[in-house]
Ligand binder design. Structure first.
Ligand code: KIV
Length: 368
């Protein structure tokens, strides 16, 4: 039987628009009679439609806000995807938050591809966007096409993002003609760190607002499906959002954009030395991680970890008249990979009590 859920024409579950979550899925998961009881989507509970460039366009048309975050590995991707994030960006911000660099400039295409692969493996529903790093698209159109192609082919992402406005219209047109969806990025463009004189809000100077609006329109005309607006006054972001049909995604660009993006480490408060005005911390993980690790170190040093619960033991010695382990006990059964069913004819599951002490202890502990 195929699970059913009411979807609109873009495949967005209708219930999601009402309460922000696929409510029908939750009902099934909570119903003990349902075959999806207790199962997340990832565990085969239900299929949801993938977010595509068409989903995002339809969201703007309906006035549904788009939620985007950065991700750099499969574990975070899985968690964010389970939360129904719309877009995951493997940003070149990885240079700063993963590699500890001062800027995004040293990040290489191979590094973005490496992290993109990991994120793609952890993602089922969200659109995955790979960032084109500094100098992977500026030197020539041919080189940029080749590099964007590598991000899609080797990284497995669904779209690429590049920084800059009207100067990239020809490149955007060529990429789109190759079938590669492109996300633009204007305003504070971190790859122009030295040109900007630092990470500074853009668009406050004379004539800059008009230039930013013109950049957004030029990118739209060239074929981008979405534009990131970073570090610009809210009034300009609103003007741009109202001037283009493609969704705008803001970061430090006020509330009027069609969506918002944050670096996941900033949202989680992983760096307590960094809190720019535009970031909202939803957690203070830096403090919590330190507390957890302090406790671990204390336990190790005091001998409190591992405890009996966290330790394997030999099974007690058996009387010598016990049966031998049958020859056909499989390694998988011993390791607990094959779960015993009631009445299972597999001797490995029936005769576990007869296993030599060490194996029996291991078998019973992996099954706990
Ligand atoms: O590199 C990045 O993470 C980004 C986002 C902040 C938009 O470009």
């Amino acid at each position: 039987m195929t699970p059913w859920i009411a979807c609109d024409c873009e495949g967005v579950p209708v219930a999601r628009r009402v309460c922000g979550r696929p409510a029908a899925l939750k009902l099934w998961q909570n119903n003990p009679n349902s075959r999806w009881h207790g199962k997340s989507e990832r565990e085969g509970g239900m299929k949801t439609s993938k977010v595509t460039i068409h989903t995002l366009k339809a969201m703007k048309e309906r006035g549904d806000r788009i939620a985007m975050l950065t991700a750099y590995d499969a574990t975070f991707a899985r968690l964010l995807d389970d939360s129904q994030i719309d877009i995951l960006l493997i940003g070149d911000s990885l240079g700063m938050v993963i590699q500890g660099q001062e800027t995004t400039l040293p990040v290489t295409l191979d590094e973005v591809i490496y992290h993109t692969r990991a994120v793609v493996r952890g993602t089922r529903r969200a659109q995955v966007v790979g960032d084109m790093p500094f100098m992977s698209y500026q030197s020539s159109i041919e080189n940029a096409l080749e590099n964007a192609g590598r991000l899609i082919k080797e990284g497995g992402c669904h779209a690429v993002k590049l920084e800059g406005g009207a100067q990239h219209t020809e490149l955007v047109t060529r990429l789109v003609a190759c079938g590669i969806p492109v996300m633009g990025h204007i305003g504070l463009t971190p790859q122009s760190f030295h040109q900007m004189g630092g990470f500074k809000v853009q668009g406050r100077g004379h004539g800059e607002a008009d230039r930013l609006v013109a950049d957004a329109r030029a990118l739209e005309e060239a074929g981008v499906y979405s534009i990131v607006l970073e570090g610009i006054p809210a009034e300009i972001a609103q003007r741009i959002t109202e001037s283009v049909a493609v969704p705008t995604i803001g970061i430090g660009a006020g509330p009027h954009c069609d969506g918002q993006v944050l670096v996941i480490y900033d949202l989680l408060g992983m760096n307590d030395a960094f809190k720019p005005k535009f970031v909202r911390r939803y957690e203070h993980l830096a403090t919590r991680i330190r507390t957890a690790v302090d406790s671990y170190i204390t336990d190790v040093r005091s001998g409190g970890f591992p405890s009996e619960q966290e330790t394997f033991f030999l099974a007690p010695k058996r009387p010598s008249n016990q049966k031998q382990v049958p020859a056909n006990v499989s390694a998988l059964s011993l390791a607990g990979v094959c779960q015993p069913e009631p009445g299972d004819a597999n001797p490995a599951t029936r005769e576990v009590d007869n296993l030599p002490g060490e194996l029996a202890g291991f078998y019973s502990s992996v099954n706990k």
